[in-house]
Design a protein around this ligand. Sequence first.
Ligand code: PHE
Length: 342
Amino acid sequence: MLETHIVSLDKIQSEALKAIRSAKSLKAMDEIRVKYLGKKSVVNSVMRGMKDLTPLEKPILGQRANVTKETLQKAVSEKLKELEQAEVQGKINKEGLDVTLPGLPIERGRSHPLTRIIEEVEDIFISMGFTVEDGPEIEDDFHNFEALNIPPHHPARDMHDTFYLPGERLLRTHTSPVQVRAMQRNKPPLAVISVGKVYRVDQDPTHSPMFQQVEGFMIDKKITFGNLKGALHQFITTLFGEEKEVRFRPSYFPFTEPSAEMDVKWQVSREIDGVMTEVEEWLEILGAGMIHPEVMRYGGYDPNEYTGFAFGAGIERLALLKYGLKNLRVFFENDVRFLKQF
Ligand code: PHE
């Protein structure tokens, strides 16, 4: 009796091992596992014959059945591991990466043309002994207007279409307030430039509600209009890389006296009698002048002891001229095809 059971266990075991060895898929393995190791497995059906054995024989068959179960379990789990690995390998082979293929090119970024102009402008003035200072874009009336000799109701305020903010604050309409702050912070002699964003309620092809200015000023004993002309001429020549003809026209700013605007002689193409012709024109490029005595006083300096010059230029305007462009909107649209050209 016991003998028969053991023989059939042997048979089951070798049959199962053969099936496991030749299984080709995880699904086939699942069926084998159910057949030989599941609740209703053939091994368990042999065990059910145990009830007819003697008390001495029962443990012998039990142990023998456990050996079969363990052997099969081990074989199953080894085969499963093997099949899983084969499946992963198969996937890799099918979807495979060919590491010898050339990669996708990585585009190299570059500085925005305005950033480049700003860096150039700063470098030029630093090389002339100026330092660079910053000021807030959200200003108060005092620094943006009053300390620059533009009291309330002064008609010059109309020239600055100002964005007003709650709480007596405003978006600075020019970089000139940095002059006031720098004067209050430092003692002369002083040679400072400041580049930054300014805001005006204005929008057309040559005006944007936000644009950038470079402000510069120099204060010491005996600074003259000659120093202003020399500094600006050197600035323009270095920035445009060639000797440019410049001229100063009388102008008006409340914070400078006398005031001037500087024009640069420029080659432009114009349609004349239906023909595109290269002509020379004067283009306005910046405002400047000798710092007004009242502004000196607001900054804390004695106008009888110190004099100074100041100027302010639009960064986008400088960039348009340098790169020969017409519409300043291209600087803000950030079309990479445009930006790539620089
Ligand atoms: N702040 C003036 C403007 O925005 C420019 C300027 C600066 C003029 C300094 C003279 C001196 O128009």
